[in-house]
Structure formats: structure tokens, C-alpha cells
Design a protein around this ligand. Structure first.
Ligand code: M6R
Length: 613
């Protein structure tokens, strides 16, 4: 995710802002920039410097042409709109207004069109630049900076944290928060602002946390917090005694746990602007297909590795069921070595959080050679796979630091669910009522995930009882089979425990020979159309001495009574159960890893991005 740091006071601002940005480097970014007002010779002179890539590149630019000033804002960008480049890096400026922004302005297209009608032209591809234009226009109309800021934040839809400097009041910072973090750091005759606490811990321990729908006007000796409707908010400051390492993890013990807890937000970001406001359809900013093209589609290949392959298996189920389109799911590492039969008018979709996985890149290249139309679903703007396909739907998970993928998997499921509804409505395989109902149900998923997260302590207690077992079976049927695969992979990866995942109905065809008291069985069995069959399969293994740890639907006494351990998840539309079972499985693996003394975030032998074949 992008990082914001700002300062107003008496000291030179640049070293403070740059050291704050450095503290946020661990989160990942693709470009950086700073702006400051130099008031040293009695005039106000605004300077902006930006650079693509690492902060070191920005430092080189600043070395050649230094900036002075006692008020400054800075930014590290993780591209969402527009590729990573100097031109798209923040800060963005329009006349007297300079701005940095985190998040996604959902209605930026309509706001941009409105500005174009008034003769505005833009220098970047970002949604941020339009906010600078809107603000300057509002200042010209209102003749009052604070009123103009209030007017503009009320026009913006989506998720944003903004920090703004204005040349006519260079010692005043404006910040606003809506669904993206923003904190104010308090000092004596100086103030700091940042998207994240670690950026400021070298300078202050006293923070005011803005809430959604709040903005603040920050001057060296004064901080005024207001709601977006202008009402003044009296907010107490908090003393934060976290170490830097704890602050980077926002108080969580590991990045993996932090990322598991981020999933409701990640899904909301992934749905934002894509589920149309009246739940009447799906749109993607970067991918379009006409109804005629969608109807002509003959088949689709989903290509990915590891966790992305598991997401693809869920995607196949959704696309075939909703859009009535044949889907092949291929392990990317195998695809190019087989001779697939391809049909005219078919799509190949590469799924990869990093966008750099060598096998997936090779698979999509092979698909393109076979004249399949390419599409990428990835979390990394301008990654190799995105550049190769030129046609992309981005997941909006933000940078994932833990090697084991959790929130990126969730975002992949989110995009695949949207994509399957998109195809269904374009192909006319489902009616409007169905589309509206399924999108309403999808929009409720983040809230249900928050409910699953409340089971964390319960899941940890189960893990405590089972931490010493060295082998596990994971069983599921239908949509729960890919989830069994994903749960089993997570336990292997981070707890180094042997796991076998099977469709529950397969056990009797061989693997049941292994069942004994030494192999606990994780049963993934939410109440769906194949649930009854799954229960019979679980009975078969229980009868042979297996211990059942079941992940099911709350209120299901039938499975609960047969199980040794029970994790009851909230009721959800049955097709969307993977969103919830994933979270329970992630938490179980996480606690097993911690309890076995493993390095959760950096498991041995694994890399975050696998760029070799
Ligand atoms: O970056 P990608 O999504 O292409 O990575 C694919 C796999 O390497 C990845 O999912 C791997 O299995 C993870 N370690 C899963 O936690």
C-alpha cells in the first residue's frame, strides 16, 4: 500500500519526511516523491521531486537539486491507477495545490469528465491528480481553503487518505481519511502526519487517530479535527509505546496474522467501484468485453501455481456454474509441456499475486502463441505478467509481506467471483434479479469474514491440542476440495507438517488405508448441496479411528456431534463458502506454525516470488 508522511514546524522538513518514508519501505512501493515550500528568502516557492523505483533514486534526484522548507509532504506509491512512473508518482500539483493520496477514488472517471468539460487537462494517469484540480477549483469558487477542502472531500467516493499543502498557507497541512489509515503525530511547535505509525516513531509517541469521514487542519501549534460535515471533533491523543518492529506489524505478532486480519478491507477494496452501485452489474476499470464477445466465448483456461491454482479451481466452479462457460484449470508449470486442445474465441487467464512467477509467465506466453486471448489477474501493477498480457484485472490486496499468501488469495477469489458474475451477465446466462441478488450477497462477504476472525482464540485452542501431530488429511467436496488443498498447502508451508488433501469421496479409493489415530482429519464441510455426501465420507474415516476437526456452518449439530473439534462459520450463500473456510484454515495453520516454533513469515526454502522454472 502507498505511504504518506508530512511535516509542519520549524525544522527542515525534508529529512523528517524522507526518514518517515524510509520507515515505510518494508510495505513495498514502486515510486516516490516529495514536495516542500521553501520560504527562506521571504517568498513561497514550491518544489516537487519524484522518481520511479526505490527511495534511493529520489535521494539521487534531491542530491542534484536539493529542496529546503519547513513544511513538506511525501509519498511512496504502490500503483493502482496508471503504471509506475515518475509522471504518475505523487505529489501531484495543480496551480497552488499539491497533494498526495492513498487509496482509490471510485468516482474519478465522472469527476475527471466534469473537469474536462471545464477545460482541465491532466499530466498523469492517476485518480489523485483530479483531486488537486477539484480543490483548486473549489478554492477559486469559495475563496476559503478550509471550506474548499470540505466541499471536495464530500464529492469523493471510495477509499482515500489525503494530505494537501496549499501555497497561500504553506504552514497548514490538510489531511482527510476515508477507509484508509491516517494518523497525526503531535510535537511541540511542530506536527507530523502519516499513513502509518512506524513512519513517525522516531519523532513522537503521541498520536491522534483520525476516523473515517474525518479531516484535520494541521499547523505547527494547532490541530483541528472535523467531520466531513464541518462539525468539530474533540479527540484525545494516545501514547504509543510500540517498538518499531511491533508498529510495522500494527501490533500483530507476525505479518501473516496482520494480513489475515486485513482481509475484510482487502475484499472491500477489490469490490470497490466494480460492483455497480445498484448491484445491477460488474465493471472493471482495465478490462472490457462486449456482450457479443462474451457470448462468442468457447472456453477459458485458468493458469496459476500454488495458492493461485487453488483460487483458479474455485474460479472454474463459479464460471462454469454462473456463466455456463467451459473452464480448464492448469498448473502453469505443466501447461506449456502438454498439447492442449484450444478452441477459437477462447481466453487464457494467468493468476498470480506477484505477477512475476516464471511458470505462469511461460504458461501465458504459450497460451498467446496458441492464439488464446490473454488476461492477467494480479496484485502487481506493471509486473511482467501484466506487461505481457496487456489486459489486466488487478486485485487490490496491497503488498503482501508474509511469504505464505493469505490476503492475495482472498483478493483473487474476490476478482474471480466478480469476473464470473461479469461473464454471466454479459453472456445472458443469468437474469437481472439473479445478478442483483448475488452481488448483494457478495458485498456482504467482508462482514462475514470479520465474524470468522472472532473465532481466532477458539482456533488457537484447537491448534494447541493438535500441535504435535506430524501428518494431517484435509478433506472437502465440491467447492471445499480446493479449500482443502489450500489449507493443506498452508500447513505444509509454514508449519512443515505433512498433509494430504483429497476430495472426500476419493478416500475409499485408496488413501483410507492410511487412516489411524495419528492422522487427524480436517474436514471442510459447510452446508452446501454436496454436504450430505461429505458427511458420509467423514463417517467412513471416523469409523477407522480418525479424529475429525470440522469446519462447518454454525448451528449444524449433525456434523458437530460427529466431530472431535468444531469450528462453526457464519451462514453464507453456499457458493461463497470458500471466502470463510479460507480464513479458518489460515488461522489454524498460523497457530500450528507459531506453536511449533517455526518462522511464520519466512518459512524455510520458500520465496515470495518464484522467478525460476
Ligand atoms: O505470485 P504467484 O501468485 O504467482 O505465486 C504462486 C505460488 O508460488 C504461491 O501461491 C505459493 O504457493 C505461495 N507460497 C502460497 O502461499
Amino acid at each position: 500500500m502507498c505511504g504518506i508522511v508530512g511535516y509542519v514546524g520549524e525544522r527542515q522538513a525534508l529529512p523528517i519526511v524522507l526518514s518517515g518514508l524510509k520507515r515505510l519501505e518494508y510495505r513495498g512501493y514502486d515510486s516516490a516523491g516529495v514536495a516542500a515550500f521553501d520560504q527562506s528568502n521571504g517568498t513561497v516557492h514550491l518544489k516537487i521531486k519524484r522518481a520511479e523505483g526505490r527511495l534511493d533514486n529520489l535521494l539521487k534526484v534531491l542530491k542534484e537539486d536539493p529542496i529546503k522548507g519547513t513544511s513538506s509532504i511525501g509519498h511512496t506509491r504502490w500503483a493502482t491507477h496508471g503504471r509506475p512512473s515518475e509522471k504518475n508518482a505523487h505529489p501531484h500539483r495543480y496551480k497552488d495545490v499539491v497533494i498526495v493520496h492513498n487509496g482509490i477514488i471510485e468516482n474519478y472517471i465522472s469527476l475527471r469528465e466534469e473537469l474536462v468539460k471545464h477545460g482541465h487537462t491532466f499530466l498523469s494517469e492517476t485518480d489523485t491528480e483530479i483531486v488537486a484540480h477539484l480543490l483548486q477549483r473549489a478554492i477559486d469558487q469559495e475563496k476559503d481553503f478550509e471550506k474548499a477542502c470540505q466541499k471536495v472531500v464530500n464529492k469523493l467516493k471510495g477509499a482515500f487518505a489525503l494530505a494537501v499543502l496549499w501555497a497561500k498557507a504553506p504552514n497548514k497541512l490538510f489531511v482527510a481519511k476515508q477507509h484508509c489509515p491516517m494518523v497525526l503525530g503531535l510535537g511541540k511547535d511542530e506536527q507530523f502526519i502519516a499513513s502509518d505509525i512506524p513512519a513517525l516513531l522516531d519523532y513522537t509517541k503521541d498520536f491522534i487517530f483520525l476516523e473515517d469521514g474525518e479531516m484535520a487542519f494541521v499547523e505547527p501549534t494547532k490541530v483541528v479535527v472535523k467531520k466531513f460535515d464541518g462539525e468539530i471533533v474533540r479527540r484525545k491523543s494516545h501514547r504509543v509505546d510500540w517498538s518499531l518492529a511491533a508498529a510495522e506489524k500494527e501490533g500483530f505478532d507476525h505479518f501473516m496474522l496482520k494480513e489475515i486480519y486485513e482481509q475484510p478491507r482487502v475484499l472491500r477494496d477489490t469490490f470497490r467501484g466494480r460492483i455497480q452501485s445498484k448491484f445491477d452489474g460488474v465493471q472493471f476499470e482495465t478490462f472490457k468485453m462486449s456482450d457479443a464477445e462474451a457470448k462468442k466465448l468457447k472456453s477459458l483456461f485458468l493458469l496459476g501455481c500454488g495458492t493461485a491454482w487453488h483460487a483458479s479451481l474455485v474460479g472454474k466452479y463459479w464460471i462454469e456454474s454462473f456463466a455456463k462457460l467451459h473452464v480448464d484449470v492448469d498448473l502453469a508449470s505443466e501447461f506449456r509441456y502438454r498439447d492442449p486442445v484450444v478452441f477459437k474465441n477462447s481466453l487464457a487467464v494467468a493468476i498470480s499475486q506477484s505477477g512475476e512467477t516464471a511458470d505462469t509467465l511461460a504458461a501465458i506466453s504459450e497460451a498467446m502463441k496458441l492464439k488464446l486471448k490473454p488476461l492477467a489477474i494480479t496484485n502487481a501493477v506493471e509486473s511482467s505478467i501484466a506487461r505481457k498480457t496487456k489486459s489486466v484485472i488487478y486485485t487490490h490486496a496491497g503488498p503482501e509481506i508474509s511469504v505464505a499468501s493469505t490476503k492475495c488469495f482472498m483478493a483473487q477469489l474476490g476478482v474471480l467471483a466478480l469476473f464470473s458474475v461479469y461473464l454471466a451477465s454479459k453472456r445472458g446466462t443469468q437474469n437481472k434479479k439473479w445478478v442483483s441478488k448475488i452481488l448483494t450477497d457478495l458485498a456482504e462477504v467482508p462482514e462475514k469474514i470479520s465474524e470468522v476472525l472472532k473465532l481466532n482464540d477458539h482456533i488457537r485452542n484447537i491448534a494447541k491440542k493438535y500441535k504435535d501431530y506430524r501428518q494431517y488429511f484435509y478433506l472437502g467436496r465440491g467447492l471445499s476440495f480446493p479449500m482443502a488443498l489450500e489449507g493443506a498447502l498452508k500447513l505444509k508451508e509454514i508449519a512443515y507438517i505433512n498433509t494430504q488433501a483429497y476430495p472426500a469421496g476419493e478416500m475409499k479409493h485408496g488413501p483410507i488405508a492410511l487412516i489411524s489415530e495419528d492422522w487427524p482429519i480436517v474436514c471442510v464441510a459447510p452446508q452446501d448441496k454436496i454436504y450430505g455426501k461429505a458427511i458420509s465420507n467423514f463417517e467412513e474415516v471416523k469409523a477407522r479411528g480418525g479424529k475429525l476437526i470440522s469446519i462447518g456452518t454454525e448451528g449444524d449439530t449433525e456434523l458437530r456431534n460427529r466431530s472431535d473439534e468444531w469450528i462453526g462459520l457464519p451462514k453464507i450463500r453456499e457458493e461463497f463458502s470458500p471466502f470463510l473456510t479460507a480464513v479458518a484454515l489460515q488461522l489454524f495453520s498460523y497457530h500450528m506454525s507459531v506453536l511449533n516454533g517455526c518462522d511464520v513469515d519466512k518459512p524455510k526454502n520458500l520465496a515470495k516470488s518464484v522467478t525460476v522454472e
